[in-house]
Design a protein around this ligand. Structure first.
Ligand code: SAM
Length: 289
């Protein structure tokens, strides 16, 4: 526990899939004027330097955001959703430079309207201090609560939100194998309390049994609660062994009707831009309850 630092993975292909999806969910939910409560159950540090620290050591952004920007420089067309995602990443940078990569807390904070609220959970003793410092610098800080607590057990206490309009991002590190079980328990409780919320779950596609079973477990929970779902995966590589993450997925419960089209446009482009062997591929499936 606590060896995971998201800075190592900032701007990776997995962050691109997650953040591109997240932005669409927020902007769809904001089409209505009612207040939106957003919960980010696994926040990380908020924003990451790509020029020094862990991100500069791992260089995962080179297989992600840097590669995507190079693809665009070659004049290749991209979808509106990818364009919007890049605009938001660029908000944290000057000109065309890519010095910083925003994590989900910064992406979400920048999108808040005055009536919206953001709740961030982070357990890591160092990350929580960095997160508090980073969020404190933002003009939206007053709309944001930060909890140094275990979100798997505390999420239910925030549901349903007072406005009954809510988005929950669940992005565990899965460093602890128990996270798979905690996720299922948290989703059961969350749907019992707030069945109409939109839930976005990120997961790594690994050969580990718990990881391979995750999408089917989530489908079962959604269908038992008579909820619609959408399942997307992006694989950038299909090499033997799992030395680095080659594929990840998003599982959305109560997805907006627009999300499938958004991802159907973006995923073929991302697999072309980020794929590093013939094994690049994507998956997109949905079910309407
Ligand atoms: N959501 C972030 C983003 O997209 O920028 C990345 C988050 S990272 C994958 C997962 C984070 O969750 C880590 O910083 C870890 O310390 C934290 N964490 C792990 N278990 C937790 C728990 N039970 N409750 C809250 N935070 C937890």
């Amino acid at each position: 526990m606590f060896s995971y630092r998201h800075a190592f993975h900032a701007g990776s292909h997995a962050d691109i899939l997650k953040h591109l999806t997240l932005i669409h969910l927020v902007e769809y939910l904001q089409e209505k004027p009612g207040a939106l409560t957003i919960v980010d159950t696994h926040a990380g540090a908020g924003i990451y330097s790509l020029k020094d620290g862990f991100a500069a050591v791992s260089k995962e952004a080179e297989g992600g955001i840097v590669r995507l920007l190079e693809f665009i420089k070659q004049g290749k067309p991209i979808s509106e959703g990818i364009q919007r995602y890049l605009e938001i990443v660029q908000t944290e940078n000057t000109g065309d430079q890519l010095d910083a990569y925003p994590g989900s807390p910064f992406i979400l904070a920048r999108l808040l309207r005055p009536q919206d609220r953001l709740k961030l959970f982070e357990l890591h003793p160092k990350e929580i201090d960095i997160l508090r410092h980073n969020i404190g610098e933002l003009k939206q800080a007053k709309q944001i609560d930060i909890y140094a607590e275990d979100s798997f057990t505390r999420l239910k206490g925030l549901l349903p939100p007072p406005s009954r309009r809510g988005l929950v991002l669940i992005d565990p590190s899965y460093e602890d194998k128990q996270d798979y079980r905690y996720l299922e328990e948290a989703m059961e409780e969350a749907l019992q309390r707030f069945a109409t919320g939109c839930y976005a779950i990120w997961y790594p596609t690994l050969s580990r049994r718990e990881s391979a079973a995750l999408p089917d477990r989530m489908k079962k929970i959604a269908v038992n609660h008579k909820r619609s779902w959408l399942h997307a995966e992006l694989r950038v590589e299909n090499a033997p062994g799992e030395r680095r993450l080659q594929s990840s997925g998003m599982f959305i419960i109560n997805p907006p009707w627009t999300l499938e089209k958004h991802l159907a446009e973006a995923l073929p482009i991302l697999s072309k831009a980020l794929g590093i062997d013939g094994g690049a591929q994507f998956l997109l499936k949905s079910f309407e309850a």
